[in-house]
Design a protein around this ligand. Structure first.
Ligand SMILES: C[S@@+](CC[C@H](N)C(=O)[O-])C[C@H]1O[C@@H](n2cnc3c(N)ncnc32)[C@H](O)[C@@H]1O
Length: 365
């Protein structure tokens, strides 16, 4: 047995501290999930300050749980105590305005709800499937992750599309912007998910139509509901379709494929379909993770996040069909270039768009 030196003890202590903090953050994220799914933050935002009894009544939960949750939220700094010096049941709690903005407004650029929905509701439910997939080499179908994953993933990108997409098209694809603004051509949003990119483009270009395509029927149903709520359902149509289907036809001014290629078993077939959906003078626009050009370890937070999502979701989803390219979330520019070439494109251009999590590509030729 090796003797332990001072360096080993320091490393063990550092990893123990790191895991305590990670465990704490995970447990607190789970309590946040309860607050979101039970409408506790919304109740506090709408009616605060609230006592445990007041919150219980408003949200329809048991008072003892309301008290414990409020105390936990207060010690973790998510809510503040409105009046100290009274009994636990009389104590009232407030959700500060900034926290209410981030926790209860899905259309806010600061929305954080998806960060709890995605791992806690979406991934935890399929952990037994993931254990089995790791052993067998098989995959976990997208639909198995359920509504929290769909909502969490869509929610994360909703803010991106709502606040950035129109500006990106205007600045980085001026030719497409001019056409869409003039109503000269339509948009295909391939693998549209819950529809937020289609909705953002429909709002930016009121004279153009958007067709959203996705393989997942529940995502398409969510997208239809979202478009209706956003008042654009007359100009956006959603279809349950396989993007790799060679019979998918159209002549679009803009073909989008956002945050989806790395999940797909047949990325080259889908890129080929995107190429043939593009009409004369049209553009194919991709948004993919802002992965480093090369593997390097240890890496920064973005690369760590991408790898964690890959292990837990994107790679298993990609492996749910065979044969599979088995790409994973960390789709590096060089790999994308290879897929695009195989699909018949002659140039993969990285667009001058800055985003922490995303990189935009225009495929030409
Ligand atoms: C990570 S989600 C991205 C959704 C959306 N574009 C966004 O950015 O929020 C990936 C989507 O790709 C869809 N998808 C995967 N393979 C597909 C295929 N072959 N045809 C159409 N959609 C597909 C999934 O159903 C899922 O909605």
């Amino acid at each position: 047995m090796q003797t332990q030196g001072a360096g080993d003890a320091r490393a063990a202590s550092a990893v123990a501290t790191r895991f305590f903090l990670a465990g704490l953050a995970t447990a607190e994220l789970m309590t946040t999930y309860l607050g979101m799914r039970l409408g506790l933050y919304t109740a506090l935002a709408d009616a605060g300050p609230l006592t445990p009894g007041g919150l219980a009544e408003r949200a329809g939960i048991a008072p003892r749980y309301a008290r414990e949750w409020l105390e936990q939220q207060a010690v973790s700094g998510m809510v503040t105590v409105h009046d100290a010096g009274v009994t636990a049941d009389e104590r009232a709690y407030l959700l500060p305005a900034g926290h209410a903005e981030a926790l209860t407004k899905p259309d806010s650029p600061y929305s954080v709800a998806p960060m709890a929905l995605l791992p806690v509701g979406g991934v935890a439910a399929v952990l037994p499937d993931l254990l089995a997939a790791f052993r067998s080499g098989g995959g976990v179908p997208y639909a198995s992750y359920g509504g929290d994953l769909r909502g969490g993933q869509g929610g994360l990108n909703q803010a991106v599309f709502r606040h950035h997409l129109a500006g990106w098209v205007r600045r980085a694809l001026p030719d497409v912007h001019r056409r869409l603004a003039a109503g000269d051509g339509a948009v295909a949003d391939v693998a549209c998910g819950t529809g937020w990119s289609s909705i953002a483009l429909a709002k930016a270009y009121p004279r153009s139509h958007v067709d959203g395509y996705d393989l997942d029927a529940d995502s398409v149903a969510d997208a239809q509901r979202n478009a209706k709520a956003e008042g654009v359902s007359d100009r956006v149509s959603f279809h349950v379709r396989d993007a790799a289907d060679p019979e998918l036809a159209g002549r679009y001014a803009l073909v989008c494929l956002f945050d989806a290629l790395h999940d797909m078993s047949r990325p080259v077939a889908v890129l080929r379909a995107c190429r043939s959906l593009r009409g004369d003078g049209g553009a194919v626009l991709l948004m993919e993770p802002n992965a480093q050009e090369e593997f390097g370890a240890p890496a920064g937070e973005i690369e760590r996040f991408l790898y964690a999502v890959s292990v837990l979701h994107c790679l298993p989803v990609g492996l749910a069909e065979t044969p599979s390219a088995a790409t994973g979330t960390v789709l590096r520019p060089s790999v994308l270039r290879g897929y695009a070439e195989e699909a018949g494109f002659t140039e993969t251009r990285v667009l001058p768009v800055e985003h922490r999590f995303h990189r935009l590509y225009r495929l030409l030729g």
